[in-house]
Design a protein. Structure first.
Lengths: 354, 328
């Protein structure tokens, strides 16, 4: 399929590095960091103008490192257009910035479609601006391209807080393809939710079963309605429902297992940060580890809902069964520090400076 | 959050009431039965109902020129509304206000308003009044994307914030201010972003999903009653009809309208009710029939009602309080 691009920007100077360099892609979700948790949980507010600023800093640093082309997902706020126009107006744009020519639906579908297109364009790295939900959408379509997630969402267990400038540098290093993905990335786990053998959906961090019956405002912020938490990883320094198992048993991304927590009584109570600013005692009946690639069945005792990475997604009818499988089929997540240290050892940055 | 079957049925009935009322008004206006201008709410039903189902009779709303939906959702009676639209003396304002000025203080409807953004300062006054009287009443202020550029919007948001007033600002972002697309009149996509500048929460929600609107409004109302101050809720929605009846809508593409009609909030909610066993198709059809009959009765009532007397043209211009003050 031929990918059409909207208008090429670019001005002036050519990049400083003449060596082989792939392009990079940027997916900035204009809806991240805006859900009901601002109302019920004092969650972080990152407005879209700040996302424009982050994208500008990514572009500026990536172009200094020799990236020649950057592709950006279009969105309702025009984050990509604004970043490009601002830099062009300031005469700071030296790289070609393309906005993907795709229809905007103002939904998760945009992120998925942009991921598909960026892979067809063979970008060397995708940088995302969003939370766990945004990256989950990317992971649904992503295969081998490394992903560098910058946190601009609510519950940010998957993405990290990274300065855009540094992210641009790391993405450029990844796009140079000097390093093997295994050396600079971790292959993520994911939870696959199966129904009669077919893949229903995935989660990168957690799947939560709650007795809500509608999707509504999507987010889940109260543990009163929750019966089960399934995680790929759990750490006490995480936020959201994956922190509950994190206060019982730490599961790292590198561990070849996941975890399942059953909530209720009798059992012990764990105090955990289930949402930003919401630290609650959570009654835990039991917790057990999930072997990689092995399905664990759940039969719904009542009409309920599965929330994936913090958002209600899959309605479950009473008596309906689904399987949860933790696999290693998630994205290649770029480890920024590892990447930069590896580049340092090969004198990557000195070459750029010559 | 689990909602009772009774509440869900009430939501569906009210959405259907708004739709049927507006459809009939459209027909009647075309037949010349309704004088003046009418601005219809078809397509936006989930927003008014999702918000107002969280309110008590003692709570207040301020409305807009596109106010029929708000009034029905707050409990306005169809026959008095229809009589008002017909300009009859049995109407809510004795037939002297028409579509854009319907009010019913008994159930907290502080009035529709023909001036864009005029409900905003009224809602702040209402919120301040509740605060000074020490009640737990909240005020919901409905307004549109166009109004969010008015000075009244910013002044109201500022004062409500400073005084932590129990006001919920509900912006119905239907993408057009009269004929002006949102992206041509403001440099932001989410109007909820503007709350941040005034120091209180702003949330964007799918205004065509009655359950999502209900859930967000529930938390905002709770917050207001508890004294935590105002909230801005932006409901993304779309009006199917023109800005006014008779508007040729040359400023928008047919495809855009079709896309939004496919997101019709009523069948979407009906599907949810059916799939989750809250109502059968037959029961939903029964609600529809009963609403149609209620709307017809409202039309009959309006048609049989008298026009105001000439002598009444100069009454109700000023409130009795003003007259009493003059007399003193």
């Amino acid at each position: 399929m031929q990918i059409k691009m909207r208008e090429v920007a670019a001005t002036a100077t050519s990049p400083s590095m003449g060596e082989y360099m792939k392009s990079i892609g940027i997916i900035a979700n204009p809806a991240s960091g805006k859900d009901i948790r601002r109302l019920v949980a004092h969650a972080t507010i990152i407005d879209n103008n700040e996302k424009v600023n982050i994208v500008k800093r990514i572009i500026l640093s990536a172009q200094e490192l020799g990236v020649k082309e950057i592709y950006i997902m279009p969105d309702t706020f025009n984050i990509g257009f604004k970043a490009r126009d601002d830099l062009a107006s300031a005469r700071q744009l030296a790289v070609k910035v393309y906005i993907l020519d795709m229809q905007i639906t103002a939904s998760l579908k945009d992120t998925i479609r942009a991921t598909e297109i960026l892979q067809q364009l063979d970008v060397g790295c995708i940088i995302s601006l969003g939370g766990d939900g945004t990256n989950r959408a990317i992971a649904k379509a992503l295969q081998q391209t490394p992903l560098l997630p910058i946190s601009t969402g609510t519950n940010n267990v998957y993405p990290d807080v990274i300065e855009g400038t540094v992210a641009g540098i790391a993405a450029a290093v990844a796009a140079s393809e000097i390093f093997d993905l295994k050396d600079i990335c971790i292959k993520n786990k994911r939870i696959e939710i199966l129904n009669e053998g077919g893949l229903l959906d995935i989660a990168l961090v957690d799947a939560v079963i709650c007795n809500e019956t509608f999707v509504g405002a999507r987010a889940v912020w109260s543990c009163e309605t929750i019966s089960d938490i399934i995680v790929t990883k759990s750490r006490p320094n995480a936020i959201g429902f994956s922190s509950v198992p994190g206060y019982i048993d730490v599961i790292e991304e590198s561990d070849d297992f996941g975890g399942w927590v059953k909530l209720g009584h009798p059992g012990e109570t764990v105090v955990a940060p289930i949402a930003p600013g919401v630290v609650r005692p959570v009654p835990v009946k039991s917790m057990f580890r999930l072997e990689l690639d092995r399905p664990y069945r759940h039969c719904a005792k009542q009409n309920s809902m599965i929330a994936l990475d913090g958002e209600r997604e899959i309605p479950l009818k009473k008596s309906c069964t689904v399987d949860f499988v933790v696999t290693r089929n998630g994205p290649y997540q770029l480890n920024v520090e590892k990447t930069l240290r590896a580049a340092l050892k090969t004198k990557f940055f000195r070459k750029v400076c010559i | 959050m689990n909602l009772s079957q009774e509440l869900l049925a009430s939501m569906y009935r009210k959405m259907m009431k708004i739709r049927k009322f507006e459809q009939r008004v459209s027909e009647l206006f075309a037949q010349g039965m309704v004088p003046g201008f009418v601005h219809l709410y078809i397509g936006e039903e989930a927003t008014a109902v999702g918000v107002c189902e969280n309110l008590k009779d003692t709570d207040y709303i301020t409305s807009t020129h596109r106010g029929h939906g708000h009034l029905i959702a707050k409990g306005g009676e169809l026959k008095y509304m229809m009589a008002e639209l017909f300009g009859r003396k049995t109407g809510y304002c004795k037939g002297k206000g028409g579509s854009m000025h319907i009010a019913d203080a008994k159930i907290g409807i502080l009035g529709a308003n023909g001036i864009v953004g005029a409900g905003l300062p009224i809602s702040v006054g209402s919120g301040l009044s509740a605060r000074m009287r020490g009640t737990d009443q909240v005020t919901v202020c409905f307004f549109g994307d166009g109004a969010s550029n008015q000075g009244t919007f910013h002044e109201a948001m500022n004062m409500a914030s400073i005084w932590r007033l129990p006001v919920i600002f509900v912006c119905e972002n239907n993408l057009y201010g009269i004929s002006m697309r949102q992206d041509r009149h403001q440099a932001i996509a989410d109007i909820s972003d503007r709350a941040q500048a005034y120091g209180f929460p702003g949330i964007t929600v799918d205004g065509n999903d009655v359950l999502a609107v209900y859930e967000v409004a529930h938390e905002a109302v709770k917050r207001a009653r508890e004294g935590a101050g105002p909230t801005l809720i932006e409901c993304k929605t779309y009006r199917w009809r023109g800005h006014f009846e008779g508007d040729p809508t040359t400023y928008r593409a047919k495809e855009e309208l079709e896309e939004w009609m496919a997101k019709d909030p009523i069948p979407r909610f009906a599907r949810y009710l059916e799939e989750n066993g809250y109502a059968s198709r037959k029961e939903l059809e029964e609600i529809e029939r009963s609403v149609e009959s209620e709307v017809q009765q409202a039309i009959d009532f309006a048609e049989k009602s008298d026009l105001p007397d000439e002598a009444d043209a100069v009454t109700d211009v000023y409130s009795d309080l003003v007259e009493e003050g003059r007399a003193r």
